[in-house]
Design a protein around this ligand. Structure first.
Ligand code: ADP
Ligand code: ASP
Ligand code: MG
Length: 836
């Protein structure tokens, strides 16, 4: 089969929209230009106003009209400066730059003049407002066109008002699809044919009288889909500063997850119900066209973002996304006369239509004797007046009891095509809300069965969204995989324990665990598909040579930034594993808010102040996340597990005593057989048993932390005492090197002490004691043949005295230090989380 022409077939047209953040400053525009340059094939570029400009233009003119003309002057000055700076940064000296600056100056001057004129009239018409605000996109598109041109791309600016025809409704115009199509083709196709890239200001069009009309806030999305439909493009890409369309607004629901794909109708629903990520009517032009839409991350263009198409994925999720419309009022027409009277609903909505108000959602009350609907709060009074007029007769006759408005409510829409075939979706929503005492004011099941919406007090909207999000496990959506598929692990700290964990996680029986990211103090490496074993080993090798992750192919970032990035991406059941020895409390609290479960080998966050401990435990509880820390005490030994099982079986633990420091155990038991203290410590260090600075262990601080963790489990909430330190005061403040050099000087004293105890049949052990009332940690002389006395090497031993085990305590003993056993403890926790 000869397919000679395949290789030469022309790439198909795409329409790319750059949102405000993508043209916010010179660096952003350069990045946008680079993306366009790297793309082969015909493109139409649609541009939003620079981030913040639309808001500023609107705000300046409103304030001017309200009596503060200086506000408009200030906005004009900022507008001029921002655009001039872009011209200066992006264009070489010369005519093009001068022209661009002059046009920014003119736009700013005009803005100021018009705003002042409006102020003089004390009236800001929608029409004037559109004229004022349109210059945001006009100026931005001029900058982008010039920057593309300067970079060598054949690009020209084409004003949208020349081909986007609208119904002329200022502030929220609807496009005329047929006229727009005709004009767009006539204007843009010839340019494209000549290899030119048209650059179009988004958000604006022209009304029947030729004046500029805007398409409503966020309207550039709609411009992009309009152009795509008109020209028969293959796809639309909306470049935004979010990873894509998320399961909910991340500002309200921190563990919102990226949706890899969404059906057109689902996306339209989410947009209609107020998710700012898409203009509410942006999908209308694409209806039935087969044109795919991609919402992609401007910051991470290598990632796929969200595909909006007619495919159906994530079949295991009946609900895929939530959206919230705030600032609503619920208007109710109530009365027995409504029951069974035909045409009441039609009259209600007819009256509203005549008044020019459009409702967001129609609700039924449970009693069926009222009609309710929500609409923007600012329109409520008008709607109520119109309805009272329309039902004047019925009101008089007592058939309609009243028309009232309840302000300050929000509508939350729960969206997903799968809910049509899944019973009990509404019940799940309401169970989740009633469990947290959120009052549902009204409900509506969309006739399409694509959404269920409900009304709550605006103040409770964010909490309601979080609850419903959790109820449908939307925090687990990731990479298109169904729930329960795998656990994604993010390693905080990349040292010996992490390496051991990497080796084990790849091993048999651990197929459901993937390490997707590793962080250190320099930055992070991340791959949502999982870091391969080979890659992890390479990283470990590099770390051995003293390198940091940022220098090993990672990204430079703070841990907060890294987690933010990773959380925004497609990770499923993400678990953050803290294997550092740092004060990570704040970071962990943030991570809980971002949807991570936590597994700790790091003791510090649990063994700091009582308040810090409570904050961590309470945040986990209130955000529905889980916190496990088996590896903090006794490494891989089932210490906390034993405690839990005792409690679950109805026993009560009164006291836990233990030799919990592998290092101290190793050093002290070495002394039994006559070894020098300094020598024993060096050996412990060489074997990797100690903390990076062995004085952490010798001071008893590390053992005390473990004791404190246990005491807190037992209910202790008091202040932390000091541990008995095995480091003489003289060596506490010196450098590690000096410490090691001077340590042999103390070997004699240790030898004497050991010999004295040996003569009484005793040996020295470091013992922590935890009870509900406190914790202690210190050196004890114990009988050589007692459980503690016979303990050798790094082995740990913990004895639990409980109501049931009171004569003879329950003992847990075994290896309690070293990277391998610590990793095993962590792995157990991860498995436990994965199977819950
Ligand atoms: P553009 O730069 O293209 O105009 P927007 O700023 O309008 O992009 O849209 C992105 C914003 O939408 C994000 O900052 C985010 O806070 C908000 N948002 C609300 N709901 C969602 C959602 N479900 N998914 C992604 N972003 C959302
Ligand atoms: N600049 C306009 C706005 O902020 C339109 C857009 O960005 O899409 O609403
Ligand atoms: Mg937008």
């Amino acid at each position: 089969m000869a397919r000679k022409r395949t290789g030469r077939s022309r790439p198909r047209l795409e329409v790319w929209k750059f949102g405000g953040a993508s043209v916010a400053d010179a660096a952003a525009v350069r990045h946008a230009v680079a993306l366009v340059q790297a793309h082969r094939g015909p493109l139409v570029v649609v541009v939003s106003a620079l981030a913040g400009v639309t808001d500023a233009l609107l705000d300046g003119s409103r304030r001017a009209v309200a009596g503060d003309p200086a506000a408009a002057t200030a906005v004009a000055a900022t507008f001029r400066r921002r655009h001039r700076e872009l011209a200066q940064a992006l264009l070489p000296r010369g005519a093009a730059r001068v022209k661009l600056m002059a046009s920014a100056d003119a736009q700013a001057r005009e803005y100021e003049e018009i705003a002042h004129a409006m102020a003089a009239l004390a009236d800001l018409s929608e029409r004037a407002s559109d004229t004022l605000v349109a210059r945001g996109e006009r100026a931005a598109s001029a900058v982008v066109a010039a920057a593309l041109h300067a970079a060598g791309r054949r690009a020209v600016r084409v004003d949208a008002a020349e081909f986007v025809s609208t119904d002329g409704r200022h502030g929220a115009a609807a496009p005329d699809l047929a006229a727009t199509r005709r004009q767009a083709r006539a204007l843009l196709l010839p340019l494209l044919k000549r290899g030119v890239t048209p650059v179009v200001p988004g958000f604006i069009g022209a009304g029947p009288d030729g004046t500029v009309t805007t398409l409503g806030r966020g309207g550039s999305d709609l411009t992009a889909t309009l152009v795509a439909r008109s020209l028969g493009a293959a796809r639309v890409v909306l470049w935004k500063d979010v990873a894509g369309i998320l399961t909910a607004d991340p500002r309200a629901v921190p563990d919102a997850r990226l949706l890899p794909q969404l059906h057109h109708r689902e996306a339209a629903e989410v947009a209609y119900f107020g998710a700012k990520v898409l203009h509410p009517r942006a999908l209308i032009p694409l209806d039935g066209s087969g044109i795919a839409l991609h919402v992609r991350s401007f910051v991470h263009p290598e990632r796929p973002g969200t595909e909006v198409s007619t495919r159906q994925t994530l079949a295991d999720y009946p609900v895929k996304a939530l959206a919230t419309i705030r600032g609503q009022a619920l208007v109710t027409v109530a009365g027995k006369g409504l029951m069974g009277v035909p045409g009441m609903a039609a009259r209600t909505f007819g009256a509203l239509h005549a008044e020019g108000v459009s409702v967001s959602t129609i609700f039924q009350s449970s009693s069926e004797s009222s009609i309710g609907f929500t609409l923007p709060g600012v329109e409520a009074d008008r709607a109520v007046a119109a309805l009272r007029a329309a039902f004047r007769e019925e009101l008089k006759a007592g058939l309609v009891d009243g028309v009232s408005a309840r302000h300050g409510v929000a509508v939350i829409a729960v969206v997903g095509r799968g809910m049509a075939g899944t019973p009990g979706v509404a019940a799940r929503v309401f169970t989740a809300l009633s469990a947290s005492r959120i009052n549902v004011i009204a409900i509506a099941q969309g006739s399409s069965e694509l959404n269920i919406s409900f009304v709550v007090e605006e103040a409770e909207a964010a909490e309601a969204a979080r609850r419903v999000h959790t109820a449908f496990q939307l925090g687990k959506i990731g990479g298109g995989r169904p729930p329960g598929h795998s656990t994604d692990v993010v390693l905080l700290g990349f040292g010996r324990v992490s390496r051991a964990l990497a080796g084990m996680a790849a091993g048999a029986g651990n197929g459901r665990i993937r390490i997707v990211a590793a962080l250190d103090r320099s930055g992070y490496v991340f791959d949502a598909r999982g870091l391969s074993r080979g890659r992890l080993l390479k990283l470990a090798e590099g770390k051995d040579k003293g390198k940091l992750l940022a220098g090993l192919g990672g990204r430079r970032a703070s841990a907060q930034e890294a987690l933010h990035e990773i959380a925004a991406h497609a990770v499923s059941r993400p678990v953050l594993v803290d294997v550092t020895a740092e004060e990570t409390s704040d970071l962990l609290v943030t991570a809980l808010g971002q949807g991570f479960d936590l597994v700790l080998a790091n003791k510090k966050p649990l063994a700091g102040s009582a308040a810090a401990y409570r904050r961590l435990v309470d945040t986990a509880a209130s955000s529905g996340r889980r916190l496990r820390y088996e590896a903090t005490v006794g490494a891989g030994l089932p210490v906390i597990d034993t405690f839990r099982k005792l409690v679950e079986s109805g026993d009560s633990v009164r006291r836990v005593e233990g030799c919990v420091s592998g290092t101290l155990g190793f050093v002290l038991s070495s002394l039994d057989s006559g070894k020098a203290f300094s020598e024993a410590l060096r050996e412990a260090m060489a074997r990797g048993y100690t903390e990076p600075d062995p004085r952490e262990d010798l001071s008893g601080a590390d053992a005390l932390r473990k004791g404190l963790i246990l005491a807190r489990l037992l209910g202790f909430a008091g202040a932390t005492p000091h541990a008995e330190s095995l480091v003489v005061r003289a060596l506490a403040g010196v450098t590690l090197q000096q410490f090691l050099a001077r340590l042999p000087g103390f070997d004699g004293a240790w030898r004497t002490r050991v010999a004295r105890e040996a003569a009484r049949g005793r040996v020295l052990r470091y013992v922590v004691i935890a009870t509900p009332r406190g914790v202690s940690a210190g050196l004890r002389a114990v009988p050589r043949d007692s459980p503690f006395g016979s303990l050798q090497g790094t082995r740990n031993l913990l004895s639990f005295t409980t109501r049931r085990y009171h004569a003879e305590p329950l003992v847990v003993a075994g290896p309690g230090a070293g990277p391998e056993v610590t990793a095993a403890g962590i792995l157990n926790d991860i498995h436990a989380l994965g199977s819950e």
